[in-house]
Every structure is written in C-alpha cells, then in structure tokens.
Design a protein around this ligand. Structure first.
Ligand SMILES: [Zn+2]
Length: 443
C-alpha cells in the first residue's frame, strides 16, 4: 500500500476536491475503510505537503514515433501537404522497425510520465508497408514492451496511412491475437489495443470497414482523425463530401469511436457527433502550430460531445507535455470561431483538467481511469504548488493549469507503483533512453 500524505488539495474528479491523504493499493482505497492512522499499514509514503494531487493525466492522442523526429527542417510553418512528405522522408531514411519504435516509444512514454501523463494513446500510423505482417506484430510488441518497461499505461492504436486495406486488417488481427486481451485490455490494465486509420484523407472505405470488422471481432475501440484543413479539402476533392459524411456512411460515427482534432466542424456536424455518441480529442498543441485553427471545444462540450485532450505527435507539437497543452487550450479557447461566427467562450480550468483526465479515459472506454474515487486505478500525480511560480495564486487548482507553464509533477504513481519520485524517473535512466534513441537515429 502507498500513502500520499498531507496534500493541500486532492482533485478526486471534476466536482469533488478533498485534502489530506490518499491511499493507493492496486486501486484507490476508500479512506473510510482502509489505512487506519497515519503510517499504519502503509508500506510506502510520498510527501505531498504543499502539493495538489490529481488523477494521472490521459494523453488521448499522441504519435510516439514522432518523438524521434521533432523540429525537422521542412516541417515548420508549412502546409500539411508539405509536412507529410517531409516526415515520410525522415521515417524512410531511419527505417521503421522494432528497434526504432522501441527507442521512440521509450522516450515518448518517459517524457509523458515526467510531465504527469500516466496513460498515453499512441496512434501509430506509419508502418513499413513492405515488411511481412509478422514484422508489424514485432513492432507492436516493441512499443508495448517499451511502455511497460518505463512504467506507463499504453493504448496502442493500430493505425494506417495509405496502407493496403487487406494487409492492415490482417496485421491488426495478428496483433490482437498476439496479446492476451479482454475487450482490448490486458488483465493488469497496462495495455490496451485499438484500431483506426489516420483519416478519410489517407485511407478509403475498405480500410475503415476492415478495421471496423477487426474492432467488432475483438471488442476494440476505434479511433481516427477528422476535420483539420487537409482532411476536409481532400474529402471534398476526392469524394465531393465532408469527412464526417464519409465516416457516417462507413459506419464510423458510433459510441466506440473517438475522433481527434475536429477543428472545422459545422453546427450541424456537432449535433450529429453528439447524437451518434462519438467522443473527441482536442489537440491544440498540434492544431495551432499547424495553422489549422482552434476547435470549437466549448460548443462541442455544450452539445454533449465528450472530449479528451491530446498532444498529438512530436512532428507538429514537439512536446508531449499534456498539462502545457491544457494551458494552451484555455489560452486559445477564446479565439475559437463558433459555427454561428461568434468567438468561443474561454474554457474553465477544471473543465480542461477533466478533459485531460476523465475525458480521455471515456474515449478509451476506461471508466477506472481519469479520477480518484475509491476503486479507480491507482494512477496519481503530486504537483508542488509551494514555489514562487504559484505564489499569490487564489485558486490553486485553477493555478495548476494557468500558472507555472511547463510545470512538472513532483511524484507520479501508475497502478500503485511510484514511477517518478522527486521529479526523477525511477523506472529507467532518462539519459540512457536519450542515448539509445540517438544511437538508433545515427545508424
Ligand atoms: Zn494527430
């Protein structure tokens, strides 16, 4: 058992805040039932004086491979039509294989843990199209092993981008069969498998249908991306339709589907997403630098579309720091142009923190993640708010997001295991992870 002691505030969920101690076993323990007096029965303690405890953050949309390809020449300030081939050339030069994804995933998951992300959804889109299906299983296991060894929860999304539809479905099936999954999740909850093409701009109906069948056969969640500039333009050009019209026709507007980005959505489309029970992921740390605009988050939420928060990948965001993007989400929310032409209201800090926790968990179909009610997964972050950057803050929970940009958690716990202690990764040597990635990229 682990006792997080003496917290100034504990954010249990969107509407519940307490203070004091938090007891963690395999799950969050009921303070009324377990623990007894201070120190009693707790094998380990973490000091949380002057700190706020939150649920572990859920990065609902990342591309971990891109952690090896940040700030590449030719990828800054360019349209996506130029960005895609620049990234593809870099992947081609490096050669996508198990050793590369092991190095990039280790770095990406570690970066996430050091910034409070206890669960990351890795939408893995770029597979070596020329390799046998067995190699894609090796790649999937290399990513899963990397996350496990660093100690983060992983939702691996077997994605696709311009890949042969039959091969994608065969690979997704082989990957699903290679892990011991129940409705897509391992018994310890540390690994989840999902499927989803990059979007209607990259993959056609056959891929969406094929991956939909794999998802139905194995009980996997489905995830895709829609309605950034290029997606809308290509859908109109190629099909004379908008992306969500195509997704609806192809059986992909449903409660098990989560759509990332959703930047340019009309009033009618927001209503259709809500009616279909689709969840979404807001990714301003990608949408803003890529010039796609600001998704109408407040409007989507008001209409009933549950949203998570994601960083998207290092090729656009250059960081996997979800709390920094939570701050960005609030800062730019007032610039969102609503379908009626008015500017969006500013997002509330507690709402955005809820998106970065429970919202992302909802899209993954993981009700045990993203909150700290008794029985929840024992994933928590301890944030020190006693320094000068938080001095004078009237509302420390709001200040968690608004103040101290780039804030890192003092301690991070995943599944009851301390993975970050006093700002240091305890599961791996941070510099060794960087050296491994550098060595692999230099090869
Ligand atoms: Zn993305």
């Amino acid at each position: 058992m682990l006792r997080i002691e003496g917290a100034q505030a504990i954010v249990v969920d969107r509407d519940t805040e307490t203070s004091g101690d938090l007891l963690l076993g395999d799950a969050v323990l009921d303070p009324a039932r377990g623990g007894g007096e201070r120190g009693g029965g707790a094998a380990e303690t973490l000091d949380a004086s002057g700190c706020i405890v939150t649920p572990g953050l859920v990065n609902a949309h990342h591309h971990l491979l891109q952690s090896g390809f940040r700030t590449l020449p030719g990828t800054r300030g360019v349209p996506m039509a130029d960005w895609l081939p620049a990234m593809a050339a870099a992947y081609g030069a490096a050669g996508i294989d198990a050793s590369l994804v092991a190095a990039t995933a280790s770095v990406g998951v570690a970066e996430g843990l050091l910034s409070g992300v206890t669960t990351v959804a890795d939408h893995m889109l770029n597979w070596d199209h020329g390799s046998p299906v067995e190699d894609t299983v090796d790649v999937a296991h290399a990513i899963a092993d990397a996350a496990a060894s660093v100690g983060g929860r992983l939702a691996l999304v077997r994605g696709s981008a311009r890949e042969d539809p039959a091969r994608v479905a065969a690979s997704a099936t082989a990957i699903a069969e290679s892990f011991a999954l129940t409705r897509g999740v391992t018994a310890d909850g540390m690994l989840q498998l999902a499927v989803g093409p990059a979007g209607v701009h990259s993959d056609a109906e056959a891929t969406f249908r094929g991956l939909g069948e794999v998802a139905a056969a194995f009980g996997l969640r489905r995830r895709t991306q829609a309605n950034e500039q290029v997606d809308v333009a290509i859908a109109l050009d190629r099909y004379g339709r908008r992306p969500l019209d195509l997704l609806e026709d192809w059986g992909w507007l449903a409660p098990d589907v989560t759509i990332a980005h959703l930047v340019g959505v009309t009033d009618d489309e927001i209503g259709r997403l809500a009616a279909a029970g689709v969840t979404g992921t807001h990714a301003p740390g990608c949408d803003v630098p890529m010039g796609w605009g600001v998704a109408p988050v407040a409007r989507l939420r008001a209409e009933g579309v549950e949203l998570g928060l994601g960083t998207s990948g290092g090729g656009s965001n250059d960081a996997g720091h979800l709390l920094a993007d939570a701050r960005l989400a609030m800062q730019v929310s007032g610039l969102a142009v609503l379908p009626d032409g008015t500017a969006g209201p500013q997002l509330d800090a507690r709402d955005v923190l809820s998106m970065a926790t429970a919202g992302g968990a909802a899209g993954l179909g993981r009700p045990e993640l993203g909150h700290l009610r008794p029985g929840a997964a024992a994933d928590a972050c301890v944030w020190d708010v006693s320094g000068v950057a938080d001095a004078g803050v009237a509302d420390p929970v709001a200040g968690l997001l608004w103040a101290a940009p780039g804030r890192r958690p003092r301690h991070v716990v995943v599944g009851g295991r301390v993975v970050v202690r006093d700002y240091a990764l305890v599961t791996a040597d941070e510099r060794e992870l960087v050296a491994s990635l550098n060595a692999r990229l230099a090869r």
